[in-house]
Ligand binder design. Structure first.
Ligand SMILES: [Zn+2]
Length: 273
């Protein structure tokens, strides 16, 4: 039984400020260690549930945050940014997906470091007309490969959005957000214990969670922060301009639509060179 554990950073207990999740700051070195230890609690839970293949995918920023030498040695580690499935890389063949350190979508009130895929680039993201964040996009990608997201951890706003959009997915609240940059974190030992126990239960219970399966065609609509990013993104002839800041891509399946959307964002990001 294979479990993919996707680990983001904004939703790790203790994280409150932008410097804590940004490479090159003194605070970052502390928090990447906490991120690794929270991932380890999930690895332990997956192993207790009977997983014999555990893959941890570093899913934050440049995706080279987790400390391999401190990661539970039962897990493989995917590091690096250039992966077509991004936060869901490694999902092929997985029986269950666990998301650790996740956060609410861009524009959520009183949510820790809320954003969607790229804070610098994305104002709003819709999947087939419904507003989504990273966890909902990733649930659709995992579902394309037949895997359910069985558990997500993060702040209380992430948990609310998961409960409202992904029936059956368990949540662990590691902190309460008082503001985008202010959190009340639960005690560390309780957080680690809850993640381990909840991951174990969620993986054991994986067959009760239906993978998200979308009938094609699938459309991603993205309102960018800046009109010039949308302008350059539309150099791909398959990218539609909805309004000065908003683009859309449509494909027969979500995995293809995702690659088109990521390609458009990456191309758009070159507009500021
Ligand atoms: Zn992140």
């Amino acid at each position: 039984m294979k479990v993919l554990i996707s680990v983001d950073m904004e939703g790790i207990a203790g994280v409150s400020g932008r410097d804590e999740v940004a490479r090159g700051t003194s605070e970052y070195e502390r928090f990447r260690r906490l991120m690794t230890e929270e991932a380890n609690a999930a690895v332990a839970g997956a192993a207790l549930a009977g997983a014999d293949e555990i893959c941890v995918n570093d899913s934050h920023g440049g995706m080279r945050n987790l400390l391999y030498e401190h990661l539970d040695a039962r897990a493989e580690l995917i590091s690096g940014f250039n992966k077509p499935l991004c936060m869901m890389e490694g999902v092929e063949g997985a029986d269950a997906v666990v998301c650790i350190g996740y956060h609410a979508w861009a524009g959520t009130a009183r949510a820790a470091l809320d954003h969607t895929i790229s804070g610098a680039q994305v104002h709003n993201w819709w999947l087939n007309g419904t507003r989504v964040g990273e966890i909902q996009i990733n649930a659709a990608l995992a579902g394309h490969f037949g895997a359910p997201i069985v558990l997500a951890s993060g702040d209380d706003k992430l948990a609310q959005q998961v409960q409202a959009t992904l029936p059956g997915t368990a949540t662990v609240v590691v902190k309460h957000a008082l503001d985008q940059l202010t959190v009340r974190s639960r005690p560390l030992t309780a957080v680690r214990r809850d993640i381990q126990e909840s991951v174990q239960a969620a993986v054991q219970n994986r067959k009760a969670v239906q993978p998200v399966r979308l009938e094609g065609p699938v459309t991603f609509q993205i309102e960018m922060v800046r009109a010039n990013h949308a302008e350059v993104a539309c150099w791909f002839p398959t990218v539609q301009r909805i309004d000065p800041r908003t683009i859309a891509v449509t494909a027969d399946d979500v995995a293809t639509a995702w690659r088109m959307a990521m390609g458009a964002l990456l191309l758009g990001s070159t507009a500021d060179r």
